[in-house]
Design a binder for this molecule. Structure first.
Ligand code: ZN
Length: 247
C-alpha cells in the first residue's frame, strides 16, 4: 500500500516537474530569476510560472494581458503517474521504471519545443546528461563492462552528424542541415543505445523524416524539417521493439 502510494506520488511529482520545466522554458528571460509573459512581455514572478501541484485544473494567468501562463489540465502529471505504474509493473524494478519515465518526459519536451519553435532546449540536454551521469555513478561496474558498446554508439552518432552535415552543405547547398541540439541529442542517444541500437534508431529516424519530407514537399518547395521528433520516434521504436537501452 505504501509502495503504491509512493509510486503514485513520484509519478505525479515528476509529471508536475516536467510541466514546470516546459513553462519555465516558454517564458524564460535571460535576466536573473525573472520570466516574461510570452504574449505581452510583462515580467512574471517565478511563482506564476510554477504550475499548481494541487488543484491541477486551476490556471495561472498574466496579470496584464490575462493570457494563461500555466495551463493545468492535470494531464501530464496523471499520465506520468499511469506510465510509472505500467513501467514498474513491466520491469518489476522501480529504479529502471523511473529512468525510463524521465527519458520519456525529456522526449516529450523535445517533441514539443522542436515542432513549435524548432529548438531542442539545452535544459533537456542537461537533464539527459544528468540521467546518464547519475546512472553511471551508481552502476559503475555495469557501465565499464559496456563501455565499448557505449563508445561505438557515440562514434556512430558523431559520424552520422558529420556525414549528414557534409552532404547537406556540399550536395544540397543547405545552410541548416542539423541543429546543434540535434547533434547533442544524437550523441547522447548513441551512448544510451549503443552500436546496434543507435544504428536502428538513426535509420528509422531517417526513413520517418524522409517520408514526412516527401509529404511536405508537395505543399511547398522549401521546407525545414525538425529532426528531433523523428529521433525521438526512432528512440521509442527501439525501446518498444526489444532494442533495449544498454543501461
Ligand atoms: Zn501578458
Amino acid at each position: 500500500m505504501i509502495k503504491i502510494l509512493s509510486i503514485g506520488m513520484l509519478g505525479l511529482f515528476l509529471g508536475w516537474l516536467t510541466l514546470y520545466v516546459q513553462y519555465a522554458i516558454l517564458h524564460a528571460k535571460r535576466a536573473r530569476n525573472m520570466f516574461k509573459c510570452a504574449a505581452c512581455g510583462n515580467e512574471l514572478t517565478p511563482r506564476v510560472v510554477i504550475p499548481r501541484l494541487f488543484p491541477f485544473y486551476k490556471h495561472k494567468i498574466c496579470m496584464r494581458c490575462h493570457t494563461v501562463i500555466t495551463k493545468e489540465v492535470a494531464l501530464l502529471p496523471v499520465v506520468s503517474m499511469i506510465v510509472l505504474f505500467v513501467l514498474n509493473a513491466y520491469f518489476k524494478n522501480l529504479y529502471q521504471a523511473l529512468l525510463i519515465l524521465i527519458l520519456l518526459q525529456n522526449f516529450y519536451l523535445i517533441i514539443y519545443f522542436d515542432i513549435k519553435y524548432a529548438i531542442i532546449p539545452n535544459v533537456v540536454i542537461f537533464s539527459l546528461v544528468g540521467v546518464i551521469m547519475f546512472h553511471a555513478l551508481f552502476n559503475l561496474g555495469q557501465v565499464s563492462s559496456l563501455i565499448i558498446s557505449h563508445m561505438t554508439g557515440v562514434l556512430i552518432a558523431m559520424t552520422f552528424s558529420v556525414v549528414t552535415f557534409l552532404i547537406g552543405k556540399f550536395v544540397f547547398k543547405a545552410d541548416h542541415v542539423l541543429g546543434m541540439g540535434d547533434i547533442k541529442l544524437m550523441v547522447l542517444l548513441g551512448w544510451l543505445y549503443g552500436l546496434v541500437g543507435i544504428s536502428i534508431l538513426l535509420n528509422s529516424a531517417l526513413v520517418l523524416g524522409a517520408i514526412y519530407g516527401v509529404t511536405q514537399m508537395k505543399k511547398s518547395r522549401s521546407i525545414e524539417i525538425p529532426f528531433g521528433p523523428f529521433l525521438v520516434c526512432g528512440a521509442m521504436l527501439c525501446m518498444f521493439t526489444g532494442q533495449a537501452l544498454i543501461f
